[in-house]
Design a protein around this ligand. Sequence first.
Ligand code: ZN
Length: 245
Amino acid sequence: MASSGPTDELAPQDSYLSTAEGHVLEVTDGGLFLDRTVFYARGGGQPGDVGTIAWDGGSVEIIDTVRKDGKPLHIVAEGSVLPDPGTPVEGTIDWDRRYLTMRTHTALHALSGVVYRDYGAKVTGGNMTPGEARMDFELDGISTEFGAEIQRKLNEELIKGYPTEIIVMAREIALQDPDLIRTKVNLIPEFVEEIRVVDIKGLDRQADGGTHVRSTLEVGRIAVVKTESKGKANKRMRIRVEGGN
Ligand SMILES: [Zn+2]
């Protein structure tokens, strides 16, 4: 069994998978590389998955997943006993945490879509944890009242149940798409020839490798919990995902 090679990453293909079988490719730097994995590697503002990797005779807790040498590295706690390269394994993510992250991530798309549609303001930054997130906008000003208005508009949109579609398109096509230009598709490294686009039809469309829920209905309700100025043309909103789905 080869000790290196690519990893078949299942999360971008099917966000709703919580478990998958594979083999150990390599054991290195406090973690494992697999030939096939359900774990999402931290990136694009989305945190890496946690969970367990089990094999015949043992299992190990995965405390984070990051991208290293272009592949997901499943990080383990120091002192963990690890399987040998070639060992068949089954990976299982903490699904509750991932699903909450998917709802949070989809909420950020809806937020950026509403703010651009109604105020023409672009996103300048953002980050998320499972259930909470922040996003920065090129707005001249921000206030608690503005936050409340956004919260109302956002929840009005989410409940309409916009479907989330994943489209893979050639780089040269993506570079001509106005929505993708606005969200800086040109910053994706040139060796990436196929661009994965997340299209929440009518609300938001951008190049993105993360995991999302199938419909904005699954997001639930969003609360805008804080608004603050982070400098000229850089206004921050913090949101929290609330309620069922
Ligand atoms: Zn996304």
